[in-house]
Every structure is written in C-alpha cells, then in structure tokens.
Design a protein around this ligand. Structure first.
Ligand SMILES: NC(=O)c1ccc[n+]([C@@H]2O[C@H](COP(=O)([O-])OP(=O)(O)OC[C@H]3O[C@@H](n4cnc5c(N)ncnc54)[C@H](OP(=O)(O)O)[C@@H]3O)[C@@H](O)[C@H]2O)c1
Length: 365
C-alpha cells in the first residue's frame, strides 16, 4: 500500500476559510507551523479575516477552473469548507489528485461522499490522501456509532439525531444543503430494505441530554444513510436533524410540502434570505446542541451515546478536518487513496479535541 509522505513544505489552502465552519478551522490551524492560505470570492471579508489570523488570502471562485488551478498549485493540502457539496462534482478533489496534493472536505452530499471511492485508484497512483465528509456526517457520527459497537454484538437499529442551538451562527452553504433535499424523495434503509421517504419527513420530538432537552428533528439525506447499513451491518439506519426553534423546523417542513408538489422549486436559492431572516430571532433559544445515537441490539436493549455542547456547538463539525490535518502535520502515515471519512479517528481523539470548548460525551447503557 502506498502511503502519503510528509513533505517539508506544509502549505495548506482552506477554500471557504472565512465561512461559518471554515473560519473555525482556519483559527485552529493558524496555531500550527503550517503556511496557511484562505480562499473565497469576497476579497474584503477574506482579507480582513486573513489579517486577523495572520494567514494569507487568495481571491478564488472554485467554479472558475483557472482560479482553482492557481489556488491549488504547489499546495500540500487543500481543505474544502466551501459548498454546497450536493451541487458539486469531483472537480476539486480530482484537480488536487492531479496536482499531487492531499485533499480533505466537509462534504455532506450523500452521493458525493459515498461515491468518492471512484477516485481511489487515481489517488493511490499519485500518492495522495483524499478524505471527504470530514465533518459531523459521516465522521463524527461514525465515531459515536463505532464507540457503541465495541459493546454490542450485532445491531438492529441505528438512530442518529442532532439539533443545534438557535443562537449559533447559521452558514448559508449549510442551509442551502438542507434546502436542496427538503421535500425530495430519499432512500432510507429500514428493516433490511431500501424504502422511499422524503427529505425533512418523519418529524418527531427527541429527548437529548441536558441542557439541550427535547427538540424536534426530521429526516436528512446525508452520507450516513448510504454508508452505515453496510459499514455497521445494521437493519435500519435513520438520521434526523433540526434546529432549536420549532417554528423554523415547521417553516422548513412547509417548504418541503411545497417541493413535493412543485418538484423544480429551487429552494436552495432561499438560503441567504433564510439566514438573514433568522438573525431577527437570535434573541430566542440557547447555544446548546447535541449529536446523539441510539443503537438497539439483537436483544432489544437500547444503547445511547451523545455529544453535548452547552455552547460552541459549531466546533463539532470542524473537528474531523482539524484532527486529520493535525495527524498529517504530525507525520502520521495516512494511506494514499480516496475515502469517506469513516474510522480515521476514535471518539477519544474527538473528545480530547472538543474538551477545550466545553463539549463532552455521555454514554448511557
Ligand atoms: N458533513 C457535515 O456534517 C457538514 C456539517 C456542517 C457543514 N457542512 C458543509 O460545510 C460547508 C460549509 O458550510 P458553512 O455553513 O460554513 O458555509 P458558509 O458559512 O456559507 O461558508 C462558505 C464559505 O465558502 C466560500 N465559498 C462559497 N462559494 C464559493 C465559491 N464558489 N468559490 C470559493 N469560495 C466559495 C464562502 O465565501 P464567499 O461567499 O465569499 O466566496 C464562505 O467563506 C457546506 O457545504 C455545508 O454543507 C457539512
């Protein structure tokens, strides 16, 4: 097996490095000895953020092939925190592989993440590490499920739910990703077979650990639905998410109902408007959020684990990309190839990193 070599020139490009999650990644990696450049379309915003964190800024629209080629030229690692990933093909990871550059992204597009293995042979040939979905889904959720699997012989049902505190910042690209599948038919693995449901369907109230409490969640079309049935040998896998204010969850549900009738409705374009509108409601709710897993074993015992963020919840989706980059910077050997981000770190690695932000996990047997 070919392995990724650690080169002396640790140049890192962070696409979207001043966005909601990209900015937190930049902030952490600026503390390392790597040479960091952040990139995006808005020079004023990007430059100001770069100066604040003493990194470089490059104006770049990833949809412009020349911009992209210039940006990734001579980089050792590209971290892609732009998006949305549903709409993207593999142009960026492919360009990185061709340039001999490692690549990590926060991709949450189900097919995008699951299909990355089609680039495996190219990545192996060029000796680079390509890892997509280095964020909550599927990386953090796989670490949580994996921690439960060590104590369960075989599992019947995996239920994953997450909910974010209203006072946290909402990123336009993240909201656009959700709006992309709201009301669209999606395939869910239930009792050993694929069944059709709808994005943001199956609403329910779920009890998260304190201080989060009971919150509404709905079905999401994320990589876990595609990857976990086989990876964890499960009969049923669901992934639901929601925001703290039930009003917003209902509002998105209404958009979903409209989409079921008007299938071509370009809902993702509403993302900037919704994010601006949500600012007026920041007075309500809290910063508290959680990402939880319930695993029912063959004897119908329910095993439960949850990450709890009384505040600083947005640190959770940034942790996998930071952990992987720290591993690469430390010279840890990561195998050349193209992978969904499953099993590259343990829950203990994650917990150690998140501890500084007051985020912890609870494990109820
Ligand atoms: N897998 C998961 O569990 C998970 C969890 C959370 C987030 N995510 C994904 O992470 C991504 C980032 O989310 P976010 O909320 O941080 O988004 P955001 O706040 O909207 O930030 C996106 C960043 O990317 C830049 N960008 C957007 N389009 C670009 C383009 N064409 N060329 C260059 N830069 C561009 C933006 O700057 P400019 O607009 O100035 O260019 C901005 O800096 C989203 O795709 C989201 O779905 C995944």
């Amino acid at each position: 097996m070919m392995t990724v070599m650690n080169t002396p020139s640790r140049t890192i490009l962070i696409l979207g490095g001043y966005g909601t999650f990209g900015s937190l990644i930049t902030e952490q990696l600026a503390k390392t000895d790597a040479y960091i450049t952040i990139a995006g379309r808005n020079t004023r915003k990007g430059q100001a953020f770069a100066e604040q964190h003493q990194v470089n800024f490059l104006q770049c629209d990833v949809n412009q092939p020349q911009d992209l080629a210039t940006a990734i030229n001579k980089q050792w690692l590209v971290i892609n925190a732009s998006g949305p990933f549903q709409a993207q093909d593999y142009r960026i990871p492919r360009a990185c592989i061709a340039a001999g550059c490692n690549y990590i992204d926060l991709g949450d597009g189900r097919d995008y993440v699951a299909g990355i293995t089609t680039l495996h042979a190219e990545a192996v040939e060029n000796g680079v590490f390509v890892c997509v979905g280095a964020s909550t889904s599927p990386a953090v959720t796989a670490a949580l499920v994996g921690a439960l699997c060590t104590e369960v012989v075989s599992q019947k049902t995996i239920r994953i739910a997450m909910n974010a505190g209203n006072k946290n910042l909402a990123g336009i690209s993240t909201i656009a990703s959700i709006l992309d599948y709201v009301g669209k038919p999606i395939q869910v693995w239930q009792q050993g077979a694929w069944k059709q449901d709808y994005g943001w369907g199956q609403p329910e109230f779920v009890a998260f650990p304190k201080p989060v409490g009971t919150r509404r969640v709905q079905l999401c079309d994320v990589p876990d639905l595609q990857l976990f049935p086989a990876y964890f040998d499960a009969a049923t896998v669901t992934f639901k998410a929601g925001v703290e204010l039930t009003l917003f969850n209902f509002a998105i549900s209404i958009l979903g109902i409209m989409r079921r009738w008007l299938t071509r409705l370009p809902l993702a374009k509403l993302a900037p408007l919704l994010v601006r509108g949500s600012q007026a409601f920041k007075f309500f709710g809290s910063y508290a959020g959680s990402c939880a897993v319930w695993l029912t074993d063959q004897d119908d015992h329910v095993h439960h684990i949850a990450l709890v963020a009384p505040s600083n919840g947005p640190r959770i989706p940034t942790a996998p990309a930071i952990l992987l980059t720290q591993k690469l910077l430390a010279g840890e050997v990561l195998p050349a190839g193209a992978y969904p981000c499953v099993d590259f770190f343990t829950l203990e690695d994650l917990a150690r990193f998140l501890e500084q932000f007051g985020i912890y996990y609870v494990n109820a047997k």
